[in-house]
Design a protein around this ligand. Sequence first.
Ligand SMILES: [Zn+2]
Length: 111
Amino acid sequence: MSEPLPVFQHEVFMKQLQRFPLRERDKIVDKLKHITNEDIRRVPYLKGSYKHLKKYRTGDYRIFMAYCAECYNKYREKINCNDCEEDNLEKIVVFSIDSRPKLYKRMNRRR
Ligand SMILES: [Zn+2]
């Protein structure tokens, strides 16, 4: 059994979250608190210049985050993740949140 990982929220993410209704905010934060290292390993990476970030989907939102255990091993030579600490890699760093485009949402909704 794996334990949920500690979550560190970047200032940008916290500011974006302020714009959401309180109930949504609570749901999102609660989701983040329950991500284990097994969960995070399944979350896909972005492509291009943010390829060290993972795109986590929950409800109508996409949350961009790094899992430092992977980030440190794969990207430390190319990308300077300021949040990687060699002796503390089992953690999630959350950078930003985005709503999924409405069209995309509709296309993916199956009943
Ligand atoms: Zn990192």
